[in-house]
Design a protein around this ligand. Structure first.
Ligand code: FAD
Length: 548
């Protein structure tokens, strides 16, 4: 990156920056992206992990947004079917709840039309008895019925990395562990950044015709550095999720339910766990590792205990959790939940383009708007030809070819499996998991593992090795935390096995990178800090500790 003058430098490797890098590379621009920690280490790895159809926008009367996110959701599903999966959602209707039966029926009907929902996924209204059959754990007391509709489930960090990989395949230079520590100017116009390589400690000068600040919650830090922070600024709100073993909240499907204070919360089963979230509170603490506090945990558990009878969750049941910061745009007098989720572009007199707000769901459209600004400027200053966004028709990495979700489909691709494949159900489960993570990149990882696995008992071990190798070679994994927190989600979603995996991954990483003892000790410390941040809420965690 430092060797050439880029057309565009993107600061921030969350979904917004990744989307911008992809859109710009697809329009033929020379793009560089720098991320100070790891891709999706900020908000984009800490969301509710849903590609929304925008139901909540309907409640706020933002019809245009419902339409836009509905369209975006369909595009994402087409381009990345492995990481964007339809998820049945139950909306219980309660006596005295936020929406009555008539309003829920009408709201969901309108939402189906506005968001252009597929006929098979349109809402179904349920009687009280049908609702209790759909979800026997619901408290019957105030229940008067329910609505079934569809949201789409994603893995936010994996979605982000797939966008980064797609951008890189189109020529974008994307790098993690690279922090923009100063901005560079030429006659008052921004022309790049000083970038610190956090691995080596070296600094590099990266120059670019245009610079986009997509730093999420850190957007205003960069605007301050640019001396362009004005009255229009970010309003950060914190959202917490907690994870409990699925056996403690064995829901049959996801549920979106009312909380006493008028907010709504999701409970989403995923593999061996169920996660519950989110909170929405003003935040002005350190940005790098927002804490999960005991009061956040209590709020969510109280909400779940109220909605589901007989479960009686306590903080002792919580095996993990995460907190993320919403980089929303400040509006005077509005509470956290009332703030619009719309995105906004700030243009600085120096030329710095900052973008914030928005949702994971609509990242593609946000990116298109930001790159439109870049293209217009390049047309004005350099006479570059205008090219429209192409990303609606670009499959994301892993979403390009057909499915390989079963053993039979893997075999059809002539991917090997051990002669004695062991328990077929276990094997199918492994393959499905791999497919959900990597899509059509999964067969290559599977084949790599199977080449090494001589016996069925070795399959798990060799799969972990093959996944790690793929992570290092194709997804810029630099340490065990990148792999276990963001590339595979093990920290939160396989809490029982995560620590054991850490030991195995650490030994692979030590051999691979040739780490000395001091470095290994730092990695152990970083992992313990992650575990503490995820599950150490009972003693109020010290703020800002550890790296994301
Ligand atoms: C609790 C919660 C739940 C949510 N749930 C959903 C949901 O279910 N569906 C949905 O669509 N949306 C959801 N959202 C919204 C969505 O997650 C965010 O809108 C989105 O992830 C923001 O992405 P971003 O790229 O703008 O920010 P980030 O993901 O935070 O990315 C910014 C990146 O910039 C990097 N950075 C900062 N400063 C520098 C620097 N100087 N140099 C280099 N890099 C830098 C950071 O390390 C970070 O990785 C949720 C948000 C929260 C908080």
């Amino acid at each position: 990156m430092a060797k050439e003058r880029l057309d565009l430098l993107v600061i921030g490797g969350g979904i917004t920056g990744a989307g911008i890098a992809l859109d710009a590379a697809a329009r033929g621009l020379r793009v560089g992206l720098v991320e100070k920690w790891d891709f999706a280490a900020g908000t984009s790895g800490r969301s509710t992990k849903l590609i929304h159809g925008g139901l909540r926008y309907l409640k706020q009367g933002e019809i245009h947004l419902v339409r836009e996110v509905g369209r975006e959701r369909a595009i994402l599903y087409r381009n990345a079917p492995h990481v964007v999966v339809p998820e049945r959602m139950l909306l219980p209707i309660l006596r005295g709840g936020s929406l009555g039966r008539g309003m829920t029926a009408f709201g969901l009907w309108l939402y189906d039309r506005l968001a252009d929902v597929q006929p098979a996924e349109r809402r179904v209204m349920l009687s009280r008895a049908e609702t209790l059959t759909a979800e026997p754990l619901l408290s019957p007391e105030r229940l008067i019925g329910g609505g079934l509709y569809y949201e789409y489930r994603t893995d936010d960090a994996r979605l982000t990395i797939e966008v980064v990989k797609t951008a890189a395949a189109l020529g974008a230079l994307c790098v993690n562990r690279a922090e923009a520590v100063a901005l560079l100017y030429d006659a008052g116009r921004i022309r790049g950044a000083v970038v610190l390589d956090r691995e080596s400690g070296e600094e590099h000068t990266v120059t670019a015709r245009q610079v986009v600040n997509a730093a999420g919650p850190w957007v205003d830090e960069l605007r301050r550095m640019d001396r362009s922070l004005d009255d229009r600024r970010l309003h950060l709100t914190k959202g917490v999720h907690v994870v409990v073993p699925r056996s403690r909240l064995p829901l049959r499907q996801s549920v979106y339910f009312d909380v006493e204070d008028g907010r709504m919360v999701f409970a989403i089963p995923r593999d061996a766990v169920t996660y519950i979230g989110t909170t929405d509170t003003d935040y002005d603490g350190p940005l790098d590792q927002p804490p999960v506090l005991l009061e956040d945990v209590r709020y969510l558990l109280r909400a779940a205990n109220h909605m589901f009878s007989g479960v009686h969750l306590t903080p002792g049941d919580v095996c993990s959790g995460w907190a993320g910061l919403r980089p929303l745009i400040h509006e005077e007098g509005r509470s956290p939940s009332e703030l619009s989720r719309k995105d906004e572009i700030f243009l600085s007199p120096t030329g710095l383009i900052s973008i914030a707000g928005g949702k994971l769901t609509a990242y593609r459209k946000m990116a298109e708007r930001a790159v439109d600004v870049v293209m217009r400027r390049l047309a004005e200053t350099e006479g570059r030809p205008w090219r429209p966004s192409r990303t609606a028709d670009i499959p994301l990495s892993g979403g390009e070819r057909g499915k390989a979700e079963t053993l039979a489909e893997m075999r059809a691709l002539r991917v090997p499996a051990p002669a004695d494949a062991g328990d077929a159900r276990v094997m199918e489960d492994r393959i499905r998991r791999l497919y959900r993570r990597y899509g059509c990149n999964a067969p290559a990882i599977w084949a790599d593992a199977m080449r090494q696995a001589e016996r069925t008992e070795e399959v798990d071990e060799k799969l972990l090795e093959a996944e790690f190798r793929y992570g290092v070679e194709e997804e810029m994994v630099c340490n065990p935390c990148d792999f276990l927190v963001r590339r595979t989600g093990a920290l939160h979603f396989e809490p029982d096995q995560a620590h054991e995996r850490f030991r195995r991954v650490l030994s692979r990483a030590t051999a691979w990178f040739g780490w000395d003892e001091a470095r290994v000790a730092r990695e152990v410390e970083a992992w313990e800090a992650q575990r503490q941040a995820a599950a150490g809420f009972t003693t109020l965690p010290s703020q800002g500790r550890g790296r994301p």
